[in-house]
Every structure is written in structure tokens, then in C-alpha cells.
Design a protein around this ligand. Structure first.
Ligand SMILES: Nc1ncnc2c1ncn2[C@@H]1O[C@H](COP(=O)(O)OP(=O)(O)OP(=O)(O)O)[C@@H](O)[C@H]1O
Length: 257
């Protein structure tokens, strides 16, 4: 089942076409990677999917309905969560608190319930805490739950960001360069984590520059170059695609170099 579909989407900034008439879809439970050289339009494409930008033309359908002028928080509520290229954790909060923020869009008690310390709010708090503790357990992060998130190693912080995305109970998780800044061991752990979240039932779309990770984990890979989708297919086919090699990897380069 198609969970997300972009049909002919473009984004023009002044005179620059950052994304040009791109068709794209992702099926439920797939892991799909979006690759391309610097400036190819990957982040802009993510921003179009998540409501940060409105397409200049084309449309995006998520779970069968068009995302027309939807704001990012509305899209999160619909079931799409994302992480960012630069880690965005709350600096004064613990790991558990950061993850609990992710559940915010699923709460039903109001600010007044909280201010008045109503039982409804307390029960909600307990429910959120238990959901988030389970996510931390699932991602082997329980030992860090009371630590200040930003004091932890970079690799762990990236896992916490993904835990926070999971906490909004999304159908689709978008990961923007999850392996950026990670060392070799951390990249292996990240690969394991992404597989694990897919096996739990999530659908994953990632932007990633690390070819080893991309080719090892993806069911499908889409390639952007100067805003155009120049190739799409299984990793083995993408690695051999002449246009991809020329555009992205440089002629004669090995994809896992
Ligand atoms: N807000 C903006 N205003 C004007 N131009 C922009 C804006 N955002 C991106 N661009 C331009 O659009 C093009 C695509 O940029 P984008 O950041 O989407 O590429 P990318 O593939 O994500 O690159 P990278 O891999 O370096 O993150 C670039 O030429 C960039 O300079």
C-alpha cells in the first residue's frame, strides 16, 4: 500500500528550481533512501513532504489524502515524523523528557487541565511516560533515560532523536542524514536501529550520504540531481546506473568508496 505519494512536485526559489517535477512514492514498511550530490534538492524535497514548504506545483498525498497547505504540526499529527540534519534536542531536558515531547501531539488533556493539576492530566502524564519508557527500552536507551540528553555521545543523541520521532506514533519516519557525524561503530548501530524500527512496523524514508549504509539497508533508492529524479530502483541497480555514477559518485567511483 502506498503510504505517501508525491506527484510532479516542484519548488522554485526565485529563479532556482530546487526540485523539478518529481514523482515519488513509498509503500508501507519500506525503507527508501533519497540520495544525490550536495545541493541536489534532497532537503527541499523533505521540506515539501513535511509541510515546511508548499510545492510550487504538484501535490503530495499522505495516507490517501492530499496534504494541502498543511502545517508541519498537522502533518505530524496525521502520522509523519522527522529528524533533522542538525540534532535538535532540548538542552535542559533528560532523555525521557525529550522523548515525551514527541508524544505531545497525541495528548488530549488541555493546558488548563495541567495548570489545575486535574486527575485527567495526571493520568495522561502517566500514560505518556509509560509509552515513552517502552520506546526507550525498545531502542536500548533505558540506561540513559534520566541523563541530560545533550550531554550524551553524539551517536546516542541521534538515537534519542529517533525515539522522540517514534513517540508521536507515526506511520512514516523521515530521517535526515541519521549517520552524519557518526563513527564507524555508531554507523553500524544506526543501521541496526533503522532495521529494527522498520521491523516494528514503521515505514522509513531517509536522506543519507553514507553509501554503505544506504546500499545495505534500503529496499529502494531514489536519486536526485539538480532537482530532477534521475534514477530510482533497488540498490544493486542504482550502484550500476551510469547516470548515478556520473552525477553523484563521479565517473568510475565505487559506490561504497
Ligand atoms: N530557502 C532557500 N532559498 C533559496 N535557495 C534555496 C533554499 N533552500 C535551498 N535552496 C537551494 O536549493 C538547492 C537545493 O538545496 P537542498 O538543500 O535541498 O539540497 P540538498 O540535496 O539537501 O543538499 P545537501 O546534501 O548539501 O544538504 C540548492 O541550490 C540550494 O542552494
Amino acid at each position: 500500500m502506498k503510504i505517501l505519494e508525491a506527484s510532479g512536485i516542484s519548488k522554485v526559489f526565485g529563479g532556482l528550481t530546487a526540485v523539478n517535477k518529481v514523482d515519488f512514492h513509498i509503500d508501507e514498511h519500506e525503507i527508501v533512501s533519497l540520495i544525490g550530490p550536495n545541493g541536489a534538492g534532497k532537503t527541499t524535497f523533505f521540506n515539501l513532504l513535511t509541510g515546511i514548504y508548499e510545492p510550487t506545483e504538484g501535490r503530495v498525498d499522505f495516507l490517501g489524502a492530499e496534504l494541502k497547505k498543511s502545517k508541519p504540526f498537522e502533518i505530524t499529527k496525521l502520522g509523519m515524523a522527522r529528524t533533522f540534519q542538525n540534532i535538535r534536542l532540548f538542552s535542559s531536558m533528560t532523555v525521557l523528557e525529550n522523548v515525551m515531547v514527541g508524544q505531545h501531539c497525541r495528548t488530549s488533556s488541555s493546558i488548563f487541565d495541567a495548570l489545575l493539576h486535574l486527575k485527567r492530566h495526571k493520568n495522561e502524564e502517566l500514560r505518556i511516560r509509560s509509552v515513552c519508557e517502552e520506546i526507550l527500552e525498545f531502542l536500548d536507551l533505558t540506561q540513559y533515560k534520566d541523563e541530560i540528553a545533550v550531554s550524551l555521545p553524539y551517536g546516542i543523541q541521534r538515537h534519542v532523536e529517533i525515539a522522540r520521532a517514534m513517540a508521536s506514533s507515526p506511520r512514516l519516519i523521515l530521517l535526515d542524514e541519521p549517520a552524519a557525524g557518526l563513527n564507524t561503530n555508531e554507523k553500524v548501530e544506526m543501521t541496526t536501529l533503522i532495521r529494527k524500527i522498520r521491523d516494528r512496523g514503521f515505514t522509513v524514508l531517509l536522506i543519507e550520504h553514507d553509501m554503505k549504509l544506504v546500499m545495505g539497508i534500503s529496499d529502494r533508492v531514489a536519486v536526485l540531481d539538480y532537482g530532477n529524479k534521475i534514477a530510482e530502483g533497488k540498490p544493486e541497480a542504482i550502484m550500476k546506473d551510469e547516470r548515478v555514477i556520473a552525477a553523484y559518485l563521479g565517473k568510475g567511483a565505487e559506490p561504497d568508496a
